[in-house]
Design a protein around this ligand. Structure first.
Ligand code: SF4
Length: 324
């Protein structure tokens, strides 16, 4: 028998974490992508990754006990194909240590979160369809001639970036250059078939130190990542039901809240054209930056009380914007 595997829960290459900030602050997009500054505090990110790793292995093994799942193009029915959740967290920490990320001091808390999670939900009634599923949408036309973001099976004619001044990408932004396809990727944390209504849902885990009150899904509704989830879900899942937020509180009093993310049909419909415009605007600014006729200070700043000092605290680039 082969060694059990560690599931990849890493971020997707051109996901909303790549595109999203450009829709509210070009300066922030420049700092995180072109300058490659890591602005989000490391600890919550590490705890979030460890929680995702744990849940991915838990649900993958549950899926095997329910009859199996497709994982990276392969049908898997043996739970021991995957590490146990506890082993996976330790292995994740061991591998990240080699890259200079220290997560060992969060292991005890992560395992306690898992214990609390299972106390609250000892049985999984819904059918697990997949875990950590990497999806990709490409901008262009489908076989009916409709412009949109399409999966490979539905894409007939991709729309390419038209920016001859940027013939090769900036070294830190490989996705944007003249002639490139415009892609949005999203790694689904989990896909589930609901036992009662038979519909298939995309689940998004949020391992949070904040509250898990009933308004959280509404707060997330307009976040672009959920539009991407929906556009991909409509094309990839049978009888798609929507997106579910699986909120897991990682500190006392702990807790789990599962909330349906309200749909945003008008916004979802506009997203393809908005991404088209945004990709071209970014390509042009990158071209000017490479040529040297545009510097950091020319990338527009949001300069807003709400964007610069949001509900999680100060934007990580606050002092860079303040003092340069
Ligand atoms: S502090 Fe404000 S202006 Fe500066 S990068 Fe953050 S959001 Fe943009």
């Amino acid at each position: 028998m082969t060694e059990p595997i560690l599931i990849d829960t890493g971020r997707s290459p051109t996901g909303w974490s790549f595109w999203g900030s450009s829709f509210y602050c070009d300066q922030l997009w420049f700092i995180t992508n072109v300058l490659q500054k890591q602005l989000i505090a490391a600890d919550p990110l590490i705890q979030g990754s460890m929680g995702h790793t744990l849940l991915a292995h838990y649900y993958a093994r549950v899926a095997c006990k329910q009859g199996g799942l497709m994982y990276e193009g392969q049908e898997v029915t043996d739970p021991d194909y995957f590490l146990t959740p506890e082993q996976a967290v330790r292995e994740w920490v061991r591998r990240r240590q080699h890259e200079g990320t220290e997560g060992a001091h969060f292991i005890a808390n992560t395992l306690e979160v898992f214990r609390q999670y299972k106390l609250r939900e000892p049985f999984v009634y819904d059918r697990v369809i997949g875990v950590e599923m990497l999806t990709k949408l490409t901008l262009g036309y489908n076989f009916d001639g409709d412009f949109g973001l399409w999966t490979d099976d539905n894409l007939r004619d991709p729309t390419l970036i038209d920016c001859p001044e940027l013939p090769v990408p900036h070294p830190n932004v490989p996705a944007i250059y003249h002639g490139a396809r415009i892609e949005m990727t999203k790694r689904w944390d989990l896909a589930m078939e609901h036992k009662q209504d038979g519909r298939q849902y995309v689940w998004d885990h949020k391992i949070t130190g904040a509250g898990i009150g009933k308004t959280r899904a509404e707060q997330y509704a307009m976040d672009g990542q959920f539009a991407v989830n929906r556009l991909a879900g409509q094309q990839l899942l049978k009888n798609f039901g929507g997106v579910v937020l699986n909120l897991v509180q990682r500190r006392d009093p702990y807790g789990v809240s599962r909330q349906f993310v309200p749909a945003t049909p008008f916004r979802d419909e506009q997203l393809p054209r908005q991404i088209f415009k945004k990709a071209h605007a970014l390509a042009e600014m990158l071209a000017h930056t490479i040529k040297g006729d545009m510097g950091q200070g020319d990338w527009e700043m949001a300069q807003s009380e709400l964007a610069c000092y949001h509900r999680y605290g100060k934007c990580g680039a606050f002092d860079m914007c303040r003092f340069g």
